[in-house]
Design a protein around this ligand. Sequence first.
Ligand SMILES: Nc1nc2c([nH]c(=O)n2[C@H]2C[C@H](O)[C@@H](COP(=O)(O)OP(=O)(O)OP(=O)(O)O)O2)c(=O)[nH]1
Ligand SMILES: [Mg+2]
Length: 129
Amino acid sequence: MQTLIVTAAIIQHKDFILIAQRKENVDQALKWEFPGGKLELGESPEQCLVREIQEELGLSIEVMKIYDVISHNYGDRHIILLCYLCRLIAGAAQALDCRDFKWVLVGELHLYDFAEADKSVVSKLQADI
Ligand SMILES: Nc1nc2c([nH]c(=O)n2[C@H]2C[C@H](O)[C@@H](COP(=O)(O)OP(=O)(O)OP(=O)(O)O)O2)c(=O)[nH]1
Ligand SMILES: [Mg+2]
């Protein structure tokens, strides 16, 4: 089985966090996630995240610090999810490479159907409020 290193951005703005919905035609279809993607050869996790958030949402972010590291086995793939706290620098979000996005209150994150790997991150964010 392949192991993928995936970066995910927890972008906070005031009391809200930006979450994205995955497209219909991909794995974890239609699930909600913290936007980001697979690490490419030669880039740091921080560079990966800046690139992915620009590609998927058209936003410039600053990666602040690591928040959580999740190891999750989906059966067909094993992912190491690196979750970073990030700050918005510029831009208004657009669904460029995702199905949808939403700014959600931390206390309401659990109302969304997140990818399995993200569930403990949602709980941790809610405990940290
Ligand atoms: N970005 C992100 N991926 C997640 C999260 N939770 C989770 O299980 N994943 C999984 C779904 C995918 O199997 C993998 C990331 O793949 P991806 O589809 O976002 O990768 P990518 O943006 O680089 O897309 P692509 O170039 O391969 O099309 O990690 C999450 O919160 N954020
Ligand atoms: Mg992605």
